[in-house]
Design a protein. Sequence first.
Length: 391
Amino acid sequence: MAGRLDLDLYNVLMGFGWARERGELIKATIDPRFLLRARRALFPLPIVDRPGVVDTDVFPPFRRRPVSAFEGRRVALIAGGGAGACVSLIGVRRAFEEAGVEPALITACSGGTIWGSMWAAGMSAEQMTEFSLSWHLEDYLDIQWAKVPRYAAAALKGFTGLAKGEAIERTFNERFGSLKVGELGVPLESIVYDMDRGTVDYFGSASKPDLTLGRLVRIAIALPLFIESVEVDGHLYVDGGIIELLPAEPILRDGGFDHVFGVNFMLPPQLEPEDITGWQDKRMGILKASRQAEQGVQLEFANRLRATLGSRLTIIDAADHRLLRGPAFYDLFIDRSRWPALIRDGYERATRAFDALRRAPRVSASTKSRKVATRGARKTPPARRAPTTHA
């Protein structure tokens, strides 16, 4: 019946999530600094909103600290999703430089593709810092307010997102020219979601080598309703991070990596969810349970990856996942003043992860050979599909 209340299980769950997010939004609006940043992003004023100066001196002096366990070994990197918090991947890059480790493949989504693409293009951590902190909002965010009345009059016909995404593509094109992803020094694969056909795919060095780096990044930041979808070969695509936050299928399909680093921004530390036993007896406990349920698909994918790779996987929690709750998810993307601290935090967290690996006993050649043989006998997990969850 038209207009009836849709009470299927998925919509009920999302309804509780909606209620929780509205509460977080109300809290955010009490903070005048958040309101000012949001106004600056959505309604920039040419004279009032002068570009601010952001400190680019974020790292301590470079210290070369090789990790002997990775000498001659093939390493892959997963750059997860997490909006503006993914700028901390620059700090992770610095820790890799000091450790003398360079990935042979990067898989990514969302903000992980923004900064993972710079890494794949051969930028150092210092260069990534200088480039990223030189941006202004108009360099990567372009709200198309002028078209809103037209979309409304046409009952949203033609509407796929409030922002265009052209700004960040233009910024990357100005820096990298017509560099194609097939020409990157480090192969890169970014997970994408086909909005037309409801399927997951990967675009990158092997799958779409003729895409420019700027276009790949534009697809990676496309979010339904917020940033418009991007057409490729006649179909509309958005960030695949709405499906999987630690995308690793190209790594698993390759099967020849000795170690994989998963850089996590949004999921709980070390992929261990909070124990919320007793939530039903607490006031508004259902809202906390709804968040736990919303992350269930993402965590299940991530833990299946961990089960497949075992000791060959190191999770680096490059940022505090609590920073990305509610409106803060968007706030970290527009508030560049917080980026230097995030970069430093990413460096310190990745350095601690490498310190633990430096202390670990080195795997002997014979043991390594046995492990490779065992991996060769293991079947590759089948491709996975799941219902869409908000990233």
